[in-house]
Structures are given as C-alpha cells and as structure tokens.
Design a protein around this ligand. Structure first.
Ligand SMILES: C[S@@+](CC[C@H](N)C(=O)[O-])C[C@H]1O[C@@H](n2cnc3c(N)ncnc32)[C@H](O)[C@@H]1O
Length: 451
C-alpha cells in the first residue's frame, strides 16, 4: 500500500478488513449525526463505527505518517530507536494507531525488532477492548498496551493526563503523541431533552445529565413538574429548576444560583434543549497542546487531527463554526503566545507564516485522503491536522525546506505570507502545505519499492 504524493487511493489492507468484518462484526452504516457523539457508543454502535469510520482514521493516519517520515531529520531519529513510546488520546477502536503501526511495519527497517509501548486513553471501555483485540491480532510480538478508561474533561485535563502517565511510568516521555477525531466531541451541541417530554419519557435524560455533568445523583425518586416555562425537579435531598428565559436560552437553577445555560430550539413540534458545549469547553485544542508538551520526547511528534465539519448545524451563513477554523484559531494563538514549548512543522503555511496570520478563524484548511476497499469502493475522508515538535527539531526541519510565499489552502483560497486570500482568477497551482516535498518523483519511487 502506497500513499504520498499523488491522489491515488490507499488500499485498505485486506487482512485488516477481513478481521474487522468477520471477527469483530464490523458493518457499514453511515450515521453522520450519531457519530458526532461516540463516547456512549455501545457494542453494536461500535461495530458500525468499525465498518464505516475506522477505515477513515486508519487512512488519515497512514497518509500523515507517509508524508512526515520523508523528512530526513525526522526519519533518521525514528529509525534508530529500538523502543517506541506512543500516547493516543481518545484512541477509541484504534484506527489512527493501526494506521501508524501499519506504516511503520511496512517501511521501518527491522520493525519486528522494535518494541512498541502504547498508552491509550479513552472514555469508552468497549472501544478500548476492540483496540486491544486488533493489537493482539496484528502486532502480538512487539507491542505492549496500557490502557486507561477515563472520561477526560476540559477543566482537569492536565491533571488527568498527569495521573495516567504517573500510573504508567512517571519518568516517561513519548516519541509520538496523537489525538484523532476527539476534540470535536467536546464542542458539539449536545441534545439534552424535549421540553414537552417532561414529565415523561425524557426524565431519564435530565437525570443522566445531572449525574454526569453537574454531579447530582437523583436516583429514580425524583418528581418532575412542568408549568410550560419552568420545570421543577425535587427529591428528598435536592430541589432545582430549569427555566426558559427567552426563545433561545434556558437556565438551570440550583439553590437560587444559575448553574448552567442551554440552547433552546423550536424544531418541528418540539422544544429541544441543547447543551452548548463549545462555550463550556472552548480552547481544548490549545489546552491539549500545552498539556502534551510536557510529555513529548525532544525529538518526538505530536499529531493533532480532527474532522472538519461544523459544530452547529443551523447557523445558516455563519461559517466560523467549522472545526478546521476553530483548530486554526486556537493553535495560531498558542504559537503566537510566546509561551509555546512546541512549534508547528505541518501545515507549512502555519509553520512558516503563523506570526503574520491575522485571520486564523477564516482559514478553512483541510486535506483529503481516498481509501479503496476489497470491493473496489473508494471513499474520501476530509480532515485537518497540525504536526508539532519541540523548537529545536522544528528549526532543523524547517531550515531544510524550500519556503514558499504562497500555499494552496483550498479550491478558492490561498495563504499569501500568512494572509488568507481569495484566489479570484488566479489559476496557478501552489505548494501543498501538508507535504514536505511534493515535487520529488524519486521519493515516490523509493516509497513504492520500500525504503
Ligand atoms: C470518533 S472517536 C475517534 C477514535 C479514534 N481516535 C479514531 O480516530 O478512530 C472519539 C473517541 O473519543 C472518545 N471520547 C469522547 N469524549 C471523551 C471524553 N470526554 N473522555 C474520554 N474519551 C472521550 C470516545 O469514546 C471515542 O472513542
């Protein structure tokens, strides 16, 4: 399987596909709405995830590493390592991890003699169990797996990460830290309940929210009353209310104090109440980058990758809610903060021009990878990512590249020295900011023939 410079599709490895479909029960079912919140997926949901979305993460990761290991400064560091330490945050069923390991197995000299130590964190135990089965099947001889089933939260992210790493090995630093398709789940509006179904079928949704988000356990003894504008909930110990303030907002009041705020939407004949997770969790990309910088080896790589779609569905013309733009805004702010321990090396437009970037929230930068399965069905996956290293390595890597004034951002946009600009009638082809060197055919040949 080869992927780097051209847009030819990757072939999904047939033994992996067969194992997923036959042994793990994977099946194809596109669930564009449901897949936005996977933390509470059950075993059946995960089978559909495996057959549908796992291949996307696999191919995104494979393509990223195919490109990054072209760079001599990076490849040389990695090839000589006998022990590899990998940390995967929100690793789920393991799509991106398998993509990385598959690439290493195929192209790293003496891969079988290397020892791969994997630390994987996720809030879904079923998903981690699948990840373990995949590792046992395909990398049984030279990998070991430490997994932590915890639900991470924005407010104590750094502390939770420190605890996991202390539980594993207090002095450890990682060669590769990655997080794929994870942070978007912290930002999406979350459907809580239908106002008209209280009291009634949605009581349990409120009970669950109060338990998981606010820390109040009502058990099942609570009474619910709804006068149209105020829902009152009480049991022997607690009493609280949810109040609709206006057409767009509702609030939760506990002991006379406003404790949370919700979005109110009239949809069909329902009044649906959503949790506004973006305002609660804002800056997660930045927080994660700051947190992981403590645990990255001097020559290590941190790959932060996510889906690119919007976190709000009904905001009409407001196109600032694309995840790719939110990631840009937070990461450019991090890079320009002067307190950053890491630098971006990919995309090159951000690496070279971030200090001139004035419209980060406007820049929709994305990559697409194509994957072909055994039935010759080809699917495309869009994603956006940044690769970080410590400053010394970034300097070494970037001093050897041919820096450009213009990079290709999308069909309509280019980055001109950090300024996000409309192409207008400019039909020229500019450099791909995700690729270190997209001109060298020789390297493609080397990849084809094995390094
Ligand atoms: C869409 S899946 C991505 C999994 C994997 N990285 C991939 O690309 O295939 C997102 C993962 O994040 C996990 N997750 C979401 N929110 C979480 C949280 N707050 N704490 C821990 N894990 C969480 C989910 O359980 C799920 O496995």
């Amino acid at each position: 399987m080869v992927y780097n410079l051209s847009s030819e599709p990757l072939e999904f490895p047939s033994d992996l596909e067969e194992f997923i479909l036959k042994e793990l029960g994977g099946s194809y079912k596109s669930e564009p709405v449901k897949v936005k919140q996977t933390l509470n997926y059950d075993e059946n949901d995960l089978k559909e995830y495996l057959g549908t979305y796992f291949p996307g993460s696999f191919s995104e990761s494979y393509a990223i590493f195919s490109n990054i290991f072209w760079n001599e400064s990076i490849k040389n560091n990695f090839e000589i390592k006998k022990d590899f330490y990998i940390l995967d945050i929100g690793g789920g069923t393991g799509g991106n991890l398998l993509g990385l390991l598959w690439f290493m197995k195929k192209f790293f000299v003496e891969f079988d003699n290397k020892r791969i130590h994997i630390v994987s964190i996720d809030g879904n135990d079923y998903a981690l169990n699948i990840q373990r089965k995949l590792l046992e099947k395909f990398f049984p001889k030279n990998s070991d797996f430490f997994y932590k089933n915890i639900i991470l939260s924005r407010n104590n992210f750094k502390e939770m990460l420190r605890n996991v790493i202390n539980d594993y090995e207090i002095t450890i630093k990682f060669d590769i830290i990655m997080s794929f398709r994870f942070i978007n789940e912290f930002y999406r509006e979350y459907f809580l309940f239908d106002w008209y179904k209280i009291p009634g079928t949605d009581n349990d949704r409120i009970i669950k929210y109060l338990r998981e988000t606010i820390g109040i356990n009502l058990l099942n003894e609570a009474t619910f009353e709804n006068d149209g504008r105020i829902i009152s909930i009480s049991n022997a110990k607690s009493s609280l209310s949810l109040e609709i303030k206006d057409y767009e907002t509702a609030i939760l009041i506990i002991d006379g104090k406003k404790t949370d705020e919700f979005i109110v939407k009239k949809e069909n004949n329902n009044i649906n109440i959503y949790l506004d997770k973006y305002y609660k969790n804002k800056n997660m990309y930045k927080i994660m980058t700051e947190a992981v910088s403590e645990y990255l080896e001097d020559d290590g790589l941190f790959i932060l990758s996510d889906v690119t779609d919007k976190i709000k569905n009904d905001d009409g013309d407001d196109d600032s809610w694309f995840l790719s733009k939110i990631m840009n805004e937070e990461i450019i702010e991090y890079l320009n903060s002067q307190r950053n321990k890491l630098e971006v090396i990919i995309p090159l437009s951000c690496a070279v021009w971030h200090s001139f970037c004035k419209k980060s929230r406007k820049c929709f930068i994305k990559k697409e990878v194509f994957l072909r399965n055994s039935k010759c069905v080809t699917r495309g996956f869009k994603y956006s990512y940044k690769i970080f290293t410590h400053k010394n390595l970034a300097l070494r890597v970037l001093q050897n590249i041919n820096k450009q004034d213009r990079y290709e951002i999308g069909e309509k946009w280019i980055c001109i020295k950090g300024v996000h600009s409309n192409r207008n009638k400019d039909k020229a082809v500019y450099r791909d900011p995700f690729s270190f060197d997209d001109s060298s055919k020789i390297k493609l040949e080397r990849l084809r023939n094995g390094i």
